[in-house]
Design a binder for this molecule. Structure first.
Ligand SMILES: Cc1cc2nc3c(=O)[nH]c(=O)nc-3n(C[C@H](O)[C@H](O)[C@H](O)COP(=O)(O)O)c2cc1C
Length: 188
């Protein structure tokens, strides 16, 4: 059983990374294999809308980092998306990634069917719910099961590490990890 976490932040060791690693640590302790990929040093180019991915099960236009991450997504049992909030929504890299992934999935139906999805958003002040909605809409549109927590899966902080002061969010993340473990073990 494996969960792939995708970090949409431009920062390598920022707040989104802290949230992702806190959750993955709990998954790992429960015997679930985990991997994190980050767009920090790998900006994602947008979809070219060529629709050449039909019957190819990946983007054929550019064999870039998207291509590598999407291959991992196809074999993972769970997909965990983490994004900082930029301009009251997900980061540009996460948006570009999800647009390309959505087109590949639309052209090759069922690629992510019955996988488990969950997400987190790190924000300074405003827009976290929009970011969570954007990521959950991706899961919903591709026949995946979304895992929730005891509150919206957002956390507040500006500079790297600030997020650790948001105690309510950390407890929300711990419940999210518990629920992820529960569902993954039920369906596998
Ligand atoms: C380009 C940019 C846009 C941002 N826009 C917002 C915003 O609209 N709302 C907000 O609450 N925080 C905003 N922030 C702050 C980040 O969401 C916040 O610092 C977050 O903790 C960063 O997570 P990271 O360390 O994982 O990158 C923005 C930051 C950047 C760099």
């Amino acid at each position: 059983m494996k969960v792939l976490a995708i970090n949409g932040s431009a920062r390598k060791n920022g707040n989104t990374d802290i949230l992702i690693r806190r959750i993955l640590e709990k998954l790992h302790s429960a015997g679930i294999e985990t991997e994190v990929v980050s767009f920090a040093n790998h900006p994602v180019a947008p979809c070219k809308a060529c629709f050449a991915c039909g019957d190819k099960t990946n983007c054929v236009h550019q064999k870039d980092f998207f291509h590598v991450v999407f291959e991992k997504m196809k074999t993972a049992d769970g997909i965990f998306l983490g994004s900082p909030v930029y301009s009251a929504n997900i980061s540009a890299n996460m948006q570009a990634f999800l647009e390309r992934a959505a087109v590949v999935c639309d052209m090759n139906p069922g690629l992510l069917k019955h996988k488990v999805g969950a997400c987190v958003a790190a924000a300074r002040r405003g827009g976290a719910l929009n970011a969570i909605d954007a990521m959950n809409h991706f899961f919903l549109n591709h026949e995946m099961f979304i895992v929730g927590s005891s509150y919206w899966t957002m956390a507040y902080g500006q500079l790297p590490g600030d997020i650790l002061k948001d105690e309510e969010a950390l407890s929300t993340m711990d419940h999210l990890a518990e629920n992820l473990i529960w569902l993954l073990k039920k369906i596998k």
